[in-house]
Design a protein around this ligand. Structure first.
Ligand SMILES: CN1C(=O)N(C)[C@H]2CS[C@@H](CCCCC(=O)O)[C@H]21
Length: 121
């Protein structure tokens, strides 16, 4: 069965790109996230990501990774699964974006969530 390995280049429906370096034998990986959009004031820069994926024998692995934004006081965490359909690999992900807020009274509005699909570039 096709082993769904996250190494390589991915793009999502927002036009963001993700470059994943090799996945080690424990499933850990590093990479870079090139976001296409941002609510931050500063110019967008590539940002490091650190993650881990299951290396199941059936190849439809689940994974998670964290993106530490270099141009924004925020952090995103993604969880998802890799699906292999007719030779195409699709990453179905959900994410939480936590932005730094100035006081706990604003804590309620600090976390956003969404879902995104990635395909190989
Ligand atoms: C573009 N995005 C993207 O490709 N996503 C899957 C979502 C989850 S991370 C967010 C971008 C955050 C940029 C940094 C910031 O504005 O604080 C958004």
């Amino acid at each position: 069965p096709q082993q769904c390995n996250l190494a390589g280049s991915w793009k999502n429906d927002l036009g963001s790109k993700m470059y994943v370096s090799k996945v080690d034998d424990k499933g850990n990986f590093l990479g870079e996230y090139h976001t296409a959009v941002s609510s931050a004031q500063k110019p967008i820069e590539p940002s490091p990501l650190v993650g881990s994926q299951h290396l199941d024998e059936d190849g439809q692995c689940t994974f998670g990774f964290t993106v530490n934004w270099k141009f924004s006081d925020s952090t995103a965490v993604f969880v998802g699964q890799c699906f292999a359909e007719k030779g195409e690999e699709i990453l179905q992900t959900s994410w939480l974006l936590r932005e730094k807020v100035d006081s706990q009274s604003s804590n309620w509005k600090a976390t956003r969530t969404g879902q995104n699909t990635f395909t190989r570039m």
